[in-house]
Ligand binder design. Structure first.
Ligand SMILES: C[S@@+](CC[C@H](N)C(=O)[O-])C[C@H]1O[C@@H](n2cnc3c(N)ncnc32)[C@H](O)[C@@H]1O
Length: 292
């Protein structure tokens, strides 16, 4: 897991964070799982890994998210970098939800921290977490099993999920867009719009664009290849361009923001992408076994 040595993170913050992390415990956990075998259960060969994703390191980890090291270290680090507190920040997303969802998809779910909170808040809903990294999904599934939560984990690209149009009431996206180039962000928003039923909502939690713009040094803290592009953009505008209405962004503890948008009623027929025969059909087997 080679890391860049010139970021403020590697020079100053990582050594401090390491003081609070039980690295031996993490190593034990990492060794307790056959990552290749477990990630193969999720891996779908038809999912093409985009170049923006495979060509970059994220947070200084070589290979980005396509390795077990990222899956093991993500949660212990995230708990210290989401200020003032990870639970409060994720709660900010939950508080903006207005629909009573029966089907939810969490795009770029990672290790499932937001996905688990959603399932706890809406136990009757079918909840799907989708991510490009099968390793992150192994960790997510493990967390859900420990918590006794029935969540479906799916390997896929949020730009083109191949899931049926108008099949979700709620799409959530947390901490993804500061890691995607602007045109990928736009494609994911358009896909979110397509996936939603009319009247459904998309909720996006991420770094606060205004704050990031004004505190440019923050963008040097971590190795985040696309964060400047994100900071220069405007999520309200991107959401509007994707077709969302009543778009509103609120600060979450200054450092983060939550943006909410609705797919207007009467819009289902205006979905931007036609379905194809390759598209997935959601069948009974999608519903996890009772008592999972
Ligand atoms: C910073 S993590 C955020 C994880 C999680 N949502 C959270 O709130 O902690 C970004 C995640 O997005 C995933 N990702 C990046 N681009 C993606 C794409 N196009 N489709 C699906 N997942 C993607 C990465 O694999 C990674 O797990």
């Amino acid at each position: 897991m080679a890391a860049r040595q010139d970021t403020i993170w590697e020079q100053f913050l990582a050594p401090v964070v390491r003081l609070f992390i039980d690295e031996e415990e993490l190593r034990r956990y990492a060794r307790s799982i056959d990552w290749e075998k477990e990630s193969d259960r999720f891996r779908r060969p038809e999912v093409k890994v985009p170049v923006y994703y495979s060509s970059q390191n994220f947070h200084g980890i070589k290979g980005g998210y396509l390795n077990s090291g990222a899956a093991v270290s993500y949660d212990p680090i995230t708990q210290y970098v989401l200020l003032p507190n990870e639970t409060l920040v994720r709660q900010g997303l939950l508080e903006r939800i207005r629909v009573k969802p029966s089907r939810i998809i969490d795009l770029g779910c990672g290790t499932g921290s937001t996905t688990l909170i959603l399932k706890q808040a809406f136990p009757q809903a079918e909840v799907i977490g989708l991510d490009l990294s099968p390793y992150m999904l192994v960790r997510a599934e493990d967390k859900a099993k420990t918590a006794g939560l029935a969540i479906k984990w799916l390997h896929g690209n949020a730009e083109e999920t191949k899931l049926p149009a108008a099949s979700f009431d709620l799409v959530t996206i947390s901490l993804l867009f500061h890691e995607t180039p602007a045109q990928v962000t736009q494609a994911i928003l358009q896909e979110s719009f397509r996936l939603l039923k009319a009247g459904g909502e998309a909720i996006v939690l991420d770094g606060n664009q205004q704050t990031l713009r004004h505190l440019d040094w923050l963008n040097n803290v971590f190795e985040e290849p696309y964060i400047r592009e994100f900071a220069q953009g405007n999520l309200d505008v991107w959401m509007g361009k994707a077709g969302f209405a009543a778009v509103q962004t609120d600060d979450v503890w200054l450092v983060n923001q939550v943006t909410r948008g609705i797919k207007p009623l009467m819009q289902e027929t205006g979905d931007r992408r036609q379905e194809t025969e390759e598209d997935m059909v959601i069948t009974e087997e999608w519903i996890p076994a009772p008592g999972y």
